[in-house]
Design a protein around this ligand. Sequence first.
Ligand code: GCU
Length: 668
Amino acid sequence: MDYSLAWLSYRRLPFYEEKEYFQKLYVQGEDGITSSAVYEICRGAEEILGIRTEIVRLPVSVGNEKSEVKEGIYLFLDSNGPSGGGYRIFEEKGVIWITAAEPEGLLYGSFELIRQVQRERTLKGLELLRIPENPLRMLNHWDNLDGSIERGYSGKSFFFRDNEVLVGKRTEDYARLAASVGINGVVINNVNVTERATKLITCEYAISLKRMGEVFSKYGIRLYLSLNFAAPIELGGLATADPEAMEVREWWQAQMKETFRNIPSLGGFLVKADSEGRPGPFTYDRTQAQGANMLAEAVKPYGGIIIWRCFVYNCTQDWRDQKTDRARSAYDYFMPLDGDFHENVILQIKNGPMDFQVREPVSPLFGALSKTNQILEVQIAQEYTGQQKHVCYLIPQFKEILGFHTRCREEGDTVADIISGRCFSRRNCGMAAVANTGSDSNWTGHDLAAANWYGFGRLAFEPSLSAEDIAREWCECTFGTNAQVVHAVCKILMMSWPAYEKYTSPLGIGWMVNPNNHYGPSVDGYEYDRWGTYHRADHLGIGVERGKAGTGFAQTYLEPNASIYEEAETCPEELLLFFHYIPYTYMLKSGKTLIQHIYDSHFEGVEDVEKIIGLWEGLRELVPGEIFDRVKLRMEHQLESSLEWRDQINSYFYRKSFIADEKGRTIY
Ligand code: GCU
């Protein structure tokens, strides 16, 4: 095997004292998912404890008769048990029960049990009740049919190569890893659907996609595809893709009939329309709702859903135009349509109004939309946050987003409340992450980036977990329970996002990256580009005025957030330059001027990277040599890159402002 199993690469624990439970596994039901649960327990027991578990098949009635119960583990489907993928695990008199209303719960409970063993926890007296908060917990892969991955930083696609769909051992191991953290939906192809990828919905790919769907189903994962809105033209030879044209509607209906017949386990489609050159309903003067609903009707007979992305904006904004604001666009396009979407349409909204920057406010659509199904889209592929060359653990960022009070109600108004469906009583909702995996032997390029994959799944399942708890879990499963390792790795992870923020673009301004590849500093790269992502720095100050005097974006938030963002004095400082143009001499709450803050934070960011390297150095003998070296190499590169960021940003602002660093450090 030319790849590892990441956090499922089990280490032998010869001294684990509670092996006995694993001698026998009692199970009812023989469906695919329950069989996977059985397989996972047996595999964990064998690889970690060296035990060959005996599987005892039970008739459905057993389990209620406690007298019949023998020592061991029971996988027990109980219609009164936790549902929606939830499970209960408890230990009583030498018996471990995993109970759930559906097989998915048994599978998640089995992975949890193995995790407890990996983490060397005692199973005696164990009592856990877990119910996933978000109905949909999805990964979006931006994989292309030629095997490349858009914004992929860990090798090639393991779903596609040379226009073929790959289904094999790796597909299965991927499904195991994803399911182990509770992922239940996967979109395998890029949202930018062009050329051959348009054909994924046709017979040409039916056999392999059907097989892939089956592999996923055994692990409780539904297969989804991204589709091309212009398919009626490109595949069907029609003259139009107008969602209101009868021939277009009929074409989609016929095509969906065929597609769902070919791939019965298909969950539905993800659609990027009218965005960055992709076709969509705007071409025909139709709304986003008309486009989405037309597709929703075509997939409805098969229980399919349409996940429609809100990443719709004008990417050719002129620099002289101070009113048009990319940040506003999703809100402006979608807010008036609240309530117009069919029940099987879900709007997928990026966490911020721009594009996965290291710091952005939460999209104002959260809280504003009250009659529409919603998915929160985050990105664990670190497109703008170091591209899996820099360590940047993003779970703390996601925690902040989920905890944001939208003020749509007095209580229960956070993003987590909305996307779980609690706030507006909705079923079709959840969380999606742009995936960070590829064919690299460790799946994620940077070994520590696996914490983002693991963490996303765990957080989507259980948003109340803390970022530290998730880091610790991942670390113990991956590296074992050695206290020194766990302490150092968790510290590195928890320092990493703030460090990245410090040495890159300051106070929410974002975008000071090289255009196109989005890596490394280029302060004015986007300033002189056409994408409408300006920072507006001049010799007096920097920032985009988004209060009433500017683009008015602050006013898209519900009160009191609108007023808080409106004024520089009340705006959270980490977002100050996102919302306001601020003079370099402006005094921050820390007592530092803006310019001094910029200098200081850039020096600090580099120092943090040096600390991170020091912490990792201390693990030389304690983590596998191959991983140690791989990570070390990336960290050395990260240091170089952070120095480049520091020097370019500081020099830029020194030369713009003519204000010297109070501490007299070298700024070129
Ligand atoms: C970003 C990214 C693109 C991607 C787009 C999207 O702009 O750079 O590669 O296609 O987001 O989310 O659709």
